[in-house]
Write a protein that binds this ligand. Structure first.
Ligand SMILES: [Zn+2]
Ligand SMILES: [Zn+2]
Length: 361
């Protein structure tokens, strides 16, 4: 048992930084001394509205709020459970924060991101930080199978990016993006930017990124995504995208924003036979213009979370460290989590990925 500093979410707009007891790891777990934990859009919604936070006992973890938030984290192993042989104290890891049963047909077929038992009866998300304690504490116990060893000189701040980059990687790999494709990305927040970097690395032809915020597009340009658009309506987007693609439209459009106009615009921008992949979690259910999609022979895919992507993503970030590093716009300490982290992300469009430095002072 160790008494550590942690953020604890009790409910909407109620996060407190306090001392918490972290038990020794279970037999199949390791204890991670957390180095960095990234803040993401779902953390903002968890804070503002209590979205996805377990309010009744989760079927797999038997936990509910108050809980330690945080699901994008890296750190160093400080204890190993009795049955763990593949990891040792001192190993540096990126944590895959998924909660899955390991026994249902989806888990057994490798799609453990869609585990039948991972979502709570109150719709709580099957992730650490929502239905179990997460990474916004100095220590966190995690299943050994979900602690992925980093190369010895891999920076731990980049280790905290492996989780959100895996969200983008899953969508890009499942969409079968090919070299030479023309791609549209709706939304230049962190997931949009990571998706842009993933398709750039995959060798596509045009990457067009569309966002309402000039600041976000400036960051995209810094990352080498030069073809930026600031389209007000789906129709305007159609015109601009067709002008940039020889009047053909794009092979794939990723919706990384998740509002009605971004999905409508993605469908409008498609070429014949193209596909839209939705990564964003919509706040409101959208209307889908099936007629336009049908007449283009297009398809609509969704991508939720990731499965078996961490090893590959660690390799990709390792090869492009300088590129990914630029998405980190600020590092803060835990005491500033709400004011300098969550509130800053919600209001300052110049921010992309904010990391909380969890190492003790
Ligand atoms: Zn996230
Ligand atoms: Zn399962």
């Amino acid at each position: 048992m160790a008494l550590v500093k942690a953020a604890v979410i009790y409910g909407p707009k109620n996060i407190r930084v306090e001392k918490r007891d972290i038990p020794d790891p279970g037999d199949d777990e390791v204890q991670v001394d957390v180095s960095f934990n990234g803040i993401c859009g779902s953390d903002i919604h968890e804070y503002l509205e209590g979205m996805d936070l377990a309010t009744v006992s989760h079927p797999l973890t038997h936990m509910k709020a108050p809980l330690i938030p945080g699901h994008e984290f890296s750190g160093t192993i400080s204890q190993v459970g009795k049955q763990v042989s593949q990891l040792k104290i001192g190993d540096r890891v990126a944590v895959e924060p998924i909660i899955a049963c390991g026994k249902c047909p989806e888990c057994l077929s490798g799609h453990y991101n869609l585990c039948e038992h991972s979502i709570g009866t109150d719709n709580a998300a099957g992730f650490l930080g929502f239905s179990a304690n997460g990474g916004l504490a100095e220590k966190c116990n995690v299943k050994a199978i979900f602690a992925h060893r980093l190369p010895s000189d891999f920076p731990l701040d980049l280790g905290a990016l492996v989780e959100p980059v895996s969200v983008a990687a899953q969508a890009v790999l499942e969409s079968h993006v090919s070299a030479g494709d023309d791609v549209l990305i709706q939304g230049a927040g962190p997931i949009g930017l990571f998706t842009a970097l993933m398709v750039k690395i995959a060798g596509v032809h045009n990457i067009i990124i569309n966002d309402m915020s000039k600041e976000r597009l400036d960051l995209a340009k810094k990352l080498g995504i030069l073809d930026t658009l600031h389209a007000a309506s789906p129709r305007e987007l159609h015109e601009l995208v067709y002008a940039k693609t020889n009047g053909r439209g794009v092979d794939i459009a990723f919706d990384c924003a998740g509002v009605q106009p971004t999905l409508a615009g993605a469908i409008e921008a498609l070429k014949v036979g193209g596909k839209v992949t939705v990564i964003a979690l919509f706040g409101e259910p959208p209307v889908v213009d099936i007629r336009t999609l049908l007449k283009k022979g297009g398809s609509l895919l969704t991508s939720y979370g990731y499965a078996n992507k961490f090893e590959r993503v660690i390799n990709i970030i390792d090869n492009h460290r300088e590129l990914f590093k630029q998405v980190i716009t600020k590092k803060i300490k835990l005491n500033g989590l709400v004011s300098e982290g969550i509130e800053a992300l919600a209001h300052d469009k110049k921010q992309a990925k904010i990391l909380v430095d969890m190492k003790p002072d």
